[in-house]
Design a binder for this molecule. Structure first.
Ligand code: NDP
Length: 269
């Protein structure tokens, strides 16, 4: 039986074990998939140990995606571009890293009919997942991308990194006030999951904005509740993306493309 796991901190809330078990059952593949708490300081030691212990693949989540990128001996092009890795496995004798977050998000956007092309997009957060999804967002040809992050210099770093390939990207301070409604507001900050306050610019949502929180929880996420309170009608959490990125990881490890239809509804039920 092949062994897999998702590692991160906090990890107890993770639905990845359930999702991968459903995918394996679809194809009668025998796998085990655990959620293992790993802190950043222990990353390399723990991952070395897991691969020595016979794990075939690992998913990497908050806050370890950048550490996983540094750990990888070779990576996909999309992981190299984003400097973020959420999927690790052996390729030959060496550790290969890939990121499925960006494509996972776009696949879920397609399901939900959220169209990035020619849209004004706000991306909150500049951590591992923001880095992972930015190249995919840019490839979908938005009109503009506005980056907002608690630590401004991290947003500014991303602005500088992508400005030569996409000129209409800019970083904005959280104390700013926005004059134009965004078409799509994506939250990739981990404040909700950490139960911390998230400071946001004034007028960040318009009534017609589509709001997508990468976080997910049984109850509505704090970010989505806040958006709703401010009059936003169309809000989504990151459960659909979670399913989509998991399907892409599963395919990398098992060379089998799982059927993602109805899994999101099943998990919510
Ligand atoms: P990282 O730790 O790499 O980045 C965290 C980001 O959140 C940073 O930009 C950080 O800002 C910001 N942040 C943290 N705390 C606060 C706060 N109190 N107020 C404002 N900003 C804050 O995490 P990831 O990017 O990997 O993950 C972020 C979220 O996305 C998590 O909730 C995760 O569960 C979710 N996610 C969901 C996925 C899905 O498939 N649905 C996939 C990937 C992620 P600063 O730079 O100032 O530290």
């Amino acid at each position: 039986m092949k062994k897999f796991a998702v590692i991160g901190s906090p990890i107890s809330h993770s639905l990845s074990p359930q999702i991968h078990t459903i995918f394996a059952e679809q194809n009668n593949v025998q796998i085990s998939y655990e959620a293992i708490e790993v802190e950043e300081k222990d990353f390399a030691t723990k991952v070395d140990y897991l691969f020595k212990d016979g794990y075939s693949g690992l998913n990497i989540t908050l806050p370890l995606k950048e550490a996983a990128y540094s750990y990888s001996e070779s990576t996909s092009e999309r992981a190299a571009l984003s400097e973020s890795v959420n999927t690790l496995c052996f390729r030959g004798e060496s550790i290969f890293g890939d990121t499925t977050d960006g494509q996972g998000l776009l696949n879920d956007f397609e399901e939900k009919e959220i169209i990035v092309k020619d849209s004004k997009v706000i991306l909150i957060g500049a951590g591992g997942s923001a880095k992972a999804i930015l190249p995919s967002l840019i490839s979908a040809k938005p009109k503009s991308i506005c980056l907002i992050n608690r630590t401004y210099r991290n947003a500014e770093f991303l602005e500088r990194k992508y400005q030569s390939t996409f000129t209409n990207i800019r970083a904005l301070e959280v104390e700013s006030e926005l004059n134009e409604d965004a078409d799509i507001v994506i939250n990739s900050a981990s404040a909700g999951v950490l139960q911390e306050e998230l400071v946001l610019p004034k007028n960040i949502f318009g009534p017609e904005s589509k709001v997508y929180d990468l976080s997910y929880s049984k109850k509505e996420t704090p970010f989505n509740s806040y958006a709703k309170k401010l009059g936003v009608n169309e809000i989504y959490d990151g459960l659909g993306m979670l399913v989509q990125q998991a399907a892409l990881s599963f395919e990398i490890w098992n060379e089998y493309k799982p059927n993602t239809q109805k899994i999101e509804q099943k998990l919510r039920a």
